[in-house]
Design a protein around this ligand. Structure first.
Ligand code: SF4
Length: 450
């Protein structure tokens, strides 16, 4: 039988649906993707508090024919809010996150941990609408419940303010005729052999497909890689532009880099859904061109009762006070985080503004192609620029070697009871962030030599 999640999977890629049904073991979900936004708070549980005192239709782990039966019984008993209300129609099963009856009419609510309605949500709600209506229950409306991006946590989470219910009825009605067609298509496709689908944008968007590893091992991709044109790694440098950039940097110079977490449900007061919360920074400081480079850093405690930003702000203000230049790589990222901290902690706004005023972007010469290679093309992330300029400095040996990994590893510490693992992870986080600013120091040294 099809389900809502299988249907939406099939809409994105038929091969993904086929593999999910016939070759489930080939899935590989990356740890970072799985836990990047997790906060240990169950979004489904929170959403139920939007319509409290409802009755759960599913007994056990998964919705099935029994939960569909129980849903009918609950409706007959006059229950007005049902969680995981289950319906079956046209050999397709859906479990609706929330069904709520108001003024004698039912509406369905699909809960998503996003800050807005995304295009893929329309078909998701549409298949639920199709199955519920088809099973004989008239619906007044179909909503998507998502986070209200303007919600600011102050004290306990208030579910009626955290979530926003947006009617998708118009869009859902507009695609109803395609639902039955797609269901039949998928049912027939699943009876056949593995469909041939080339990898493409659907593998990454709207989500990273859990069969990427499987598909990228296929011979066609190996062939594609083998035929890739070799591009030159010869440096293309505009010396006068580089010298202008370097001369614009006044000593003392601080090289600054943040790491952030992005909890879906706000964890700290004065923060919003999916806000990027800095929890760590690394700083390499040099007083004069010939003086020793001093390193310092900050890494918050993974204690959910302590906002990581407050100590970070005060320490960063103190440690950058003397700098005439605060050098960052990708100024927009660090500047936006500081501006958010100015908004959330107005007491420090004026001093934080002085850090922004002194910021310069080390990415600039690479972004503007004043220093590049043919192989780099339009890319200029520090992870690509570093090996071009400083092949001896590498992230490869590090246990944590990218920002997403750092973010998910730190988030996991909030729920980790293992002190040894916490200590090890903190050590790796410090090493990673240290290398981010050391890489900036090394890159600047090369630019200064031009
Ligand atoms: S990796 Fe791409 S092509 Fe392969 S199943 Fe997933 S979406 Fe389809």
């Amino acid at each position: 039988m099809l389900s809502k999640s299988k249907f939406t999977r099939g809409i994105n890629c038929q091969k993904s649906l086929w593999l999910y049904v016939h070759n489930f073991e080939a899935r590989a979900v990356s740890e970072a993707t799985a836990s990047l936004f997790g906060t240990g708070i169950n979004v489904g549980d929170l959403a139920r508090e939007y319509f409290p005192n409802g009755v759960m239709a599913v007994e056990g782990d998964y919705p099935n024919r029994q939960s569909a039966q129980r849903t009918q019984e609950l409706i007959a008993q006059g229950v007005e809010t049902i969680y995981e209300a289950t319906f079956i129609y046209n050999d397709t099963l859906v479990a609706v996150d929330l069904m709520h009856k108001q003024n004698g009419r039912w509406s369905l609510y699909e809960v998503k941990s996003t800050n807005s309605v995304k295009p893929q949500h329309i078909k998701d709600v549409a298949v639920q609408y199709y199955v519920v209506q088809g099973s004989g229950l008239e619906l007044e409306d179909a909503y998507l419940m998502h986070f209200d991006r303007e919600y600011v946590k102050r004290g306990a989470i208030v579910p009626t303010q955290l979530f926003k219910a947006e009617s998708l009825l118009e869009q859902v009605l507009a695609v109803q005729s395609t639902i039955a067609v797609n269901i039949e298509l998928f049912q027939n496709m699943l009876l056949g052999d593995e469909p041939e689908v080339l990898m493409g944008i659907q593998c990454k968007k709207p989500y990273e497909c859990d069969f990427c590893e499987y598909c990228s091992c296929l011979p066609c991709n190996q062939k594609e890689n083998a035929e890739a044109i070799e591009l030159s790694t010869e440096h293309q440098v505009q010396p006068s532009k580089i010298q202008d950039f370097v001369q614009g940097l006044e000593y003392p110079i601080c090289h600054l880099d943040f790491e952030t977490i992005m909890p879906a449900v706000p964890m700290f007061d004065e923060s919003r859904p999916y806000q990027q919360i800095p929890f760590q920074y690394s700083l390499h400081t040099q007083q004069h061109p010939d003086s020793e480079i001093i390193h310092s850093d900050y890494l918050a405690e993974s204690n959910p009762d302590i906002d990581p930003r407050l100590d970070l702000i005060t320490q960063m203000i103190a440690e950058t006070a003397e700098a005439k230049t605060v050098l960052v790589y990708n100024l927009r990222f660090e500047r936006d985080r500081i501006q958010e901290m100015m908004r959330d902690f107005p007491l420090y706004a004026a001093t934080l503004q002085t850090i922004i005023d002194r910021m310069k972007d080390l990415m600039h010469p690479f972004q503007k192609k004043h220093y590049t290679t043919e192989a780099l093309g339009r890319k200029y992330s520090i992870k690509l620029v570093l090996p071009m300029l400083c092949p001896d400095v590498s992230y490869n040996e590090l246990e944590i070697n990218n920002g997403m990994d750092a973010s998910s590893k730190f988030l996991n510490l909030y729920y980790c009871p293992d002190e040894t693992l916490i200590a090890e992870t903190r050590h790796h986080l410090l090493k990673y962030c240290h290398l981010d600013t050391l890489a900036m120091v090394k890159i600047l040294e090369v630019l200064q030599g031009v």
